[in-house]
Design a protein around this ligand. Structure first.
Ligand SMILES: [Zn+2]
Length: 492
């Protein structure tokens, strides 16, 4: 374990030693894992390092728990639809998991298939099948397990993110507090000494759950991608952080009649941890299969698609139109803006067949499509930012859908936009528009700071990969033939 950074948090540490504990056990926790390969330029994460760390922490002696979001979005999942995640989780010896919204991005049939392939148990307490009242797509509603002599009850609770994904018509959401309370009490009546809720919800809702349901002793959450913890009503809420950059390890000591003492440790998964050779081999096989699958033809273009840098960053480009149309269509938004700098390769494609590899090369950043609610004034400010560095061919140049704008590059930056129309009507500065953008712009990238705090309709945690959105759009509309049609007019 040498060289690894530990962040230990001690809860009620003073009672350690002062009380005789009835029992103890350990948990390994993770949430929101999208990649089996290392992330952040290889510096962190990766299933092979995690396999080593789990072994060092005692392997299967630990109750290994996952709080949802694995099947999507990633380049690998665009091909394997999450099968690679289940395979890796099986090999890591995962014991229990709950659903995240991204488990349903490919629809309920794929989710059900992944559940079947799982050697671990999915728990879904408040997402049920309308027809049967059972846990959704093959999950159980709850579990009660004897772990190292301690009776541990487990729940899987979500907040209502159903409309952000595609769970199908039979999915029924039940209130997480009422349902959580009912089943936590039931588990205690059945003899559970510790009740753990695996959750996939916003932190504010985890806090509500802890405040309202004292029968739940520990909340292990997901959906938030940064590591975080909080104690509410004496209950620890813990989220490990996304993509195996970290791994959570929690020691639980039970005290009859009281909440357990929980001592969590956050391990950083970095290159100091050697790769488990067996797991590294599995990951390499998926990487090779991915490479092969990327040559799959997804459709055809009847016209040359112009992704040249001097075009996508300076004027309307037909591929910019196509990408922005796909974003708007996916988000069911009024309009869409894609920064030209996010469109790469500096090449012309076709006419002819298009492969997955082409689209992932053109949109290589792994951005997801989100949508924001903004007023007309803000939309204009976004376009002003987009054309503010036109003469320097900067990446912020806005390719658009549902928008027509006229600008004069000879005027000072910030005063260049002369006319804006949204779906044929003049922009109303006070009207609210839903605009699809990518998450990079949503973070304020390329100067789009006006999007940073704009309310989300589809947020960063729910959005689909931009490349996948464009692939799906081409598949649905092939052959495509986008043409430059006067969305962007440069006044000379
Ligand atoms: Zn999520």
């Amino acid at each position: 374990m040498e060289g690894m950074k530990r962040i230990g948090i001690f809860l009620a540490a003073l009672v350690l030693g002062a009380l005789a504990f009835a029992g103890e056990f350990s948990i390994i926790h993770f949430n929101d894992v999208y990649e089996i390969q290392p992330v952040k330029k290889g510096k962190y994460g990766g299933a092979a390092r995690v396999a080593t760390l789990i072994k060092e922490l005692g392997g299967q002696e630990n109750l290994i728990l996952f709080s949802g979001d694995a099947f999507s979005p990633s380049i690998m999942s665009s091909v394997f639809k999450g099968k690679q995640m289940v395979d890796v989780f099986n090999r890591l010896g995962l014991d229990y998991a709950t659903f995240g919204n991204h488990e349903f991005d490919f629809g309920p049939e794929v989710a059900a298939q992944r559940v079947k392939e799982s050697k671990f148990t999915w728990i879904s307490t408040n997402l049920v099948d309308k027809r049967t009242g059972e846990g959704y797509v093959g999950a159980v509603r709850w579990a009660l397990v004897d772990w190292n002599g301690v009776k541990v009850g487990l729940l899987g609770l979500i907040d209502n993110w159903l409309e952000l994904t595609s769970p199908g018509p039979n999915a029924q959401y039940l209130d997480f507090i009422e349902t959580g309370r009912k089943y936590a009490r039931m588990l205690k009546e059945k003899g559970a000494e510790v009740v753990i809720a695996l959750t996939h919800m916003d932190m504010v809702n985890d806090e509500k759950l802890a405040a309202s349901v004292p029968e739940i002793d520990l909340i292990l959450g997901g959906h938030d991608h940064a590591p975080m913890w909080k104690v509410v009503n004496g209950t620890l809420i813990w989220k490990t952080g996304a993509d195996w950059v970290w791994l959570g390890h929690l020691k639980v000591y039970t005290i009859p009649g009281l909440k357990p003492v929980v001592i969590p440790t956050e391990y950083v998964v970095d290159s100091k941890i050697p790769e488990d050779p067996e797991m590294a081999k599995v990951v390499a096989e998926y990487a090779a299969a991915l490479d092969k699958a990327m040559n799959q033809v997804i459709g055809e273009t009847k016209v040359p698609l112009d992704a040249r840098r001097k075009v996508v960053r300076r004027q309307e480009s037909n591929i910019g139109d196509l990408i922005a149309d796909a974003m708007r269509d996916y988000a069911k938004a009024d309009c869409a803006i894609q920064n030209g700098g996010g469109i790469r390769t500096d090449q012309i494609y076709g006419p002819g067949k298009l492969t997955k590899k082409d689209i992932f090369a053109i949109l290589p950043f792994g951005n997801v499509v989100i949508s924001v609610k903004i007023d007309g004034k803000t939309l204009k400010a976004a376009l002003e930012n987009g054309v503010s560095q036109w003469e320097r061919t900067k990446g912020r140049f806005p390719q658009v859908s549902g928008i027509k704008y006229v600008f004069d590059p000879n005027r000072p930056a910030g005063k260049r936009i002369l006319e804006v129309y949204v779906n044929g009507k003049p922009l109303d500065p006070n009207k609210t528009y839903v605009c699809a953008i990518n998450d990079y712009m949503g973070r304020g990238g390329d100067g789009y700071t006006m999007f940073k705090n704009a309310p989300r309709v589809i947020d960063e945690r729910s959005g689909t990969l931009l490349a996948q959105v464009v692939i799906d759009y081409i598949k649905a509309h092939s052959p495509v033939a986008p043409k430059v049609e006067g969305r962007i007019v440069i006044k000379k």
